[in-house]
Ligand binder design. Structure first.
Ligand SMILES: Nc1ncnc2c1ncn2[C@@H]1O[C@H](COP(=O)(O)OP(=O)(O)OP(=O)(O)O)[C@@H](O)[C@H]1O
Length: 242
């Protein structure tokens, strides 16, 4: 990460409520181009909600999201895709009856991004070539995750949000996808990773934000985070999100 770079995303005092419950309670952070930022924290601490607000799935109830110098909070997902934000889902939802190739074709057409990778490149790079002409319904869960990633990449995001992409992958697959994610960041893409697998987070992130109850309780490297008493307490069940 180059600290002198201008952030591509700035989140300030973000609030998201569900009824009276504050899933995000004044969250602030930024990410710069080429950086891989980890969002970690116990179950229910607000990680996926943060991704959902930044990607336009939910409008914030307070605070500000600024992407590439313009306010983006409350802007619909499809508009944000065209502005350069895309994401993967904890549970991918491909068009099950379409083939893998057709799913990627739909994303390429939808994104309409100049300089987007080709279908052939995406199939090759994300190990989907062998299953290209099979319906997405036939894929195993690791392949579904890769299809979801290629769908996002087909729109050529400048900010990519990865929500538990690594969950369910075996150690060899984890190493391989860590390399792919680092290669994407090396092209200048900003990447936010939500993940429970700490080894994986340590391997790929430049910096982490630790969340608890919708607030940041730590910002820095994971190696430092795991020595912070407040972080340890939260993970071991002291002052917990629930
Ligand atoms: N659509 C929703 N309606 C009501 N409550 C919600 C909704 N989405 C999230 N929540 C609540 O907000 C809190 C934060 O959820 P969120 O999914 O962001 O946590 P998380 O840190 O991603 O957790 P996990 O690690 O388990 O995925 C939880 O208590 C959750 O139940």
């Amino acid at each position: 990460m180059s600290p002198e770079k201008t952030p591509i995303l700035k989140v300030s005092k973000l609030v998201k409520r569900f009824g009276g419950f504050h899933a995000l309670d004044g969250l602030s952070f930024h990410v710069v181009p080429g950086e891989i930022l980890g969002l970690v924290g116990p179950n229910g601490s607000g990680k996926t909600t943060a991704i959902n607000v930044i990607s336009g799935l939910y409008a914030p109830d307070g605070g500000e999201v600024v992407f590439d110098g313009a306010s983006s909070g409350g802007v619909a997902s499809h508009k944000l895709v065209h502005r350069g934000i895309n994401r993967t889902f904890q549970v991918p939802k491909p068009f099950l009856s379409l083939t893998v190739r057709e799913n990627i074709q739909v994303a390429l057409a939808y994104g309409g991004a100049t300089g987007a990778p080709s279908i052939a490149e995406l199939l090759e790079e994300y190990r989907l070539k062998e299953v290209a002409d099979r319906p997405a319904a036939d894929l195993n869960s690791a392949q579904q995750k890769m299809l979801d990633l290629t769908r996002a990449l087909a729109t050529r995001p400048r900010l990519l949000l990865l929500d538990e992409l690594a969950a369910g992958l075996n150690p060899a697959e984890l190493d391989w996808i860590a390399g792919r994610i680092k290669a994407l960041a090396a092209t200048g893409m900003a990447i936010i990773v939500v993940e429970h697998l700490m080894g994986f987070i340590e391997q790929i992130t430049d910096r982490v934000i630790v969340l608890n109850a919708g607030k940041e309780i730590f910002e820095g490297t994971l190696a430092t985070a795991v020595r912070e008493p407040q972080v340890i307490e939260v993970f071991l069940g002291g002052e917990h999100a629930h």
